[in-house]
Design a protein around this ligand. Structure first.
Ligand code: GAL
Ligand code: ZN
Length: 635
């Protein structure tokens, strides 16, 4: 199987999306001259070129793309060549309106933007496969070709009749018989029992709350459906070239597509990363998405496929990256396992929806701060090729699960403000600040090589995952679990007898009731370990059954109830946090205690705030996210 090594060939990849079809040919000459000046060695081409390549149904206009690839190759620039299927041409929607996606209320999303397709449409599929086949046949042997870039940021959900049919087939595979679907969905509730497969539909507009398992299964189906489209095009390009790696660009923590199920189907994982430079926690968010990306690929090097060199045009307030920030964030990606740093895009568009988005070559042209910084970065990266292929060691695994994410955010949860990614962030943040490197892991993954496992939330859990986590602790592992975990099974059936049913023994406690709170009625808590603190949004009516309380609620109807506990289980230890501490130091302290017990060390101890340290192979990257200078003493 080809890998990212086949594209890097000893150099850190550097470049960005290149859309020459938006410009006259004279500009192309300037492009390649400036690419050379900047040290660009990879351009992503063709992502949104479908209408240029196939101006009318079945026509082919490859001449311009031949020229572009030849020109890039002549200038030492490799190509990530896209199947251009993320955005079909207008003729498709007009001639075959059934290819347009439908909203839950039946209205149509028309062409004029991008991604206007129903992923179930056989017309769309056959045109997409046909253009992919012809591109693969024409360019598989082109010397510029470095990798295949399938589609772009898969993100389309449709609720049409074709999707309904596909959904039924997906459900038949999952459940077999209609009675089993009725059982899994709990259709005895509200007279929802199905007597014929044809009655089963996507979660469209309804009078009141939709069946939660129907909603959840549609989210799973929508991810699998898009994955099917990806695989179809991947197989096409693989059939034409066995030595060229295949990828598609993930969006990091993106709820629609379950990246654990996607990642094994590509040769390496790619990330599009757009933290907001005006957000003080942007560096943390970048690190978190990068750690996820590395983990999705099983620790192998990955590719930063997109970041903006300046501002992100889609933001309400599109603050640019300050001087040095693009370099800093590029180094962060390298430190966390990237073997290439690419941008969206090479030359700033002057027309179209993204005419205000930043670029390596901004509207101001080469005489600009941004372009000068790009040139410096390109030069600097050539000196860092020693990191290529090196691994990023991590002793901590953070469990991350798309099913739980979807399920915990379904309708009629006890607190509609309980957002899964907030929970992940709350536990990731103190570890990031302490310079403890974290991998992400699927709840059923083999966790044995980790010293500490952190489970910010695992609302929905399979029997296998529950046994996996308990077994990990039993054999001597350390585990920290956040609130509202172990509640339902994969059919979104509540597990009975006291929460969290599959973790009661592991955690040494039993919960009778969840106790969500309005923001203006925080809980007060007392603790010797953490000092007094408060918690918002969430409490739990809990009884310790073997666990040792580390913090107690001191106010309201839950007064006297423990809210943070530790429990010796088998040869290991489990901690449970039954609330959402409002002060960051509480989880920081708890994770510190857990790390100490588990023997987890930071990459470098006692760094000043805002300084990040990451080990990659023999390198230690020390990244200063502050805007004022800090002093670090080595010793
Ligand atoms: C990405 C996308 C690019 C471009 C970029 C800037 O999400 O893949 O095509 O839209 O954002 O907005
Ligand atoms: Zn559809």
């Amino acid at each position: 199987m080809p890998s990212l090594d086949d594209a890097t060939r000893g150099r850190i990849l550097f470049g960005g999306d290149y859309n020459p079809e938006q410009w006259p040919r004279e500009v192309w000459q300037e492009d390649v001259r400036l690419m050379r000046e900047a040290g660009v060695n990879l351009a992503t081409v063709g992502v949104f070129s479908w209408a240029m390549l196939e101006p009318t149904p079945g026509a082919r206009e490859f001449g311009w793309l031949d020229e572009v690839l030849d020109l890039l190759h002549a200038n030492g620039v490799g190509v990530a060549l896209a199947t251009p299927t993320a955005s079909p041409p207008p003729w498709m929607g007009r001639r075959w309106p059934e290819t347009l996606p439908r909203n839950p209320d039946g209205t149509v999303r028309t062409y004029g933007s991008r991604n206007a397709y129903c992923p179930s449409s056989p017309v769309f599929r056959s045109f997409a496969d046909a253009i992919s086949t012809d591109i693969a046949a024409r360019y598989a042997r082109h010397p510029a070709l470095s990798m295949w870039h399938i589609g772009n940021e898969y993100c389309t959900v449709c609720y049409c009749d074709l999707c309904a049919r596909g959904f039924r087939a997906w459900l038949q595979t999952r459940y077999g018989r209609l009675d089993d679907l009725n059982e899994a969905w709990g259709t005895a509730f509200w007279s929802q029992r199905y007597s014929d497969w044809e009655e089963v539909i996507p979660p469209r507009q309804t009078q009141y709350v939709i069946n939660p398992t129907q909603d959840l299964d549609y989210q799973r189906f929508a991810s699998d459906l898009l994955l099917g489209g990806f695989k179809s095009e991947r197989d096409i390009v693989r059939a034409a070239s066995t030595d060229i790696p295949v990828t598609t660009n993930f969006i990091g923590f993106f709820k629609l597509t379950d990246s654990w199920s996607w990642a094994p189907h590509e040769d390496f994982v790619s990330l599009d990363s757009y933290p907001d430079p005006s957000d003080p926690d942007a560096a943390r968010d970048g690190a978190m998405a990068q750690d996820l990306t590395r983990s999705l690929g099983g620790g192998k090097p990955w590719l930063l496929m997109e970041q903006t060199p300046g501002r992100a045009g889609f933001r309400d307030v599109a603050t640019p990256k300050r001087p040095g920030l693009n370099r800093l964030w590029s180094m962060q990606a390298l430190a966390r396992g990237a073997d290439g740093i690419l941008h969206f895009q090479w030359r700033a568009s002057r027309q179209g929806a993204e005419r205000t988005h930043g670029a390596m070559l901004p509207h101001a042209g080469p005489d600009s701060r941004v372009f000068r910084e790009i040139c410096e970065l390109g030069k600097e990266l050539t000196g860092l090729s020693g990191v290529l292929g090196a691994r990023v060691p991590a002793d901590v695994a953070m469990v991350m699960d798309w099913d739980t994410w979807r399920a915990v955010e379904l309708d009629h949860q006890p607190h509609s403000g309980f957002r899964y990614i907030d929970r992940v962030r709350e536990y990731y943040t103190p570890l990031w600040r302490a310079n403890v490197t974290v991998d992400f892991a699927h709840p059923e993954a083999d966790l044995r090589r980790y010293k500490l496992v952190v489970v910010p939330n695992l609302y929905q859990v399979s029997d296998e995952a529950a046994a996996n986590l308990a077994g990990y602790v039993e054999r001597g592992g350390a585990l920290v679990m956040g609130p509202f975990s172990g509640v339902s099974d994969p059919d979104e059936r509540i597990r009975l007898g006291g929460y969290p049913a599959p973790f009661r023994d592991l955690l040494g406690l039993r919960i009778e009731e969840y106790w969500p709170l309005p923001d203006d009625q925080p809980l007060e808590l007392r603790s010797e370990l953490f000092g007094d603190f408060t918690a918002t949004s969430w409490g739990e009516w809990l009884t310790a059954d073997g666990a040792t309380p580390l913090a107690q609620i001191a106010s309201g109807p839950l007064a006297g109830i423990p809210a943070v506990l530790s429990h010796a289980y088998g040869a290991g230890t489990a901690w449970y946090v039954a609330t959402l501490p409002a002060q960051e130091h509480v989880l920081a302290r708890l994770l510190d205690v857990a790390c100490a017990k588990a023997g987890v060390q930071p990459v470098l101890p006692d760094l000043p705030p805002g300084v990040e340290a990451v080990r990659r192979g023999d390198f230690v990257f020390v990244l200063d996210h502050n805007t004022c200078s800090v002093e670090i003493r080595n010793g």
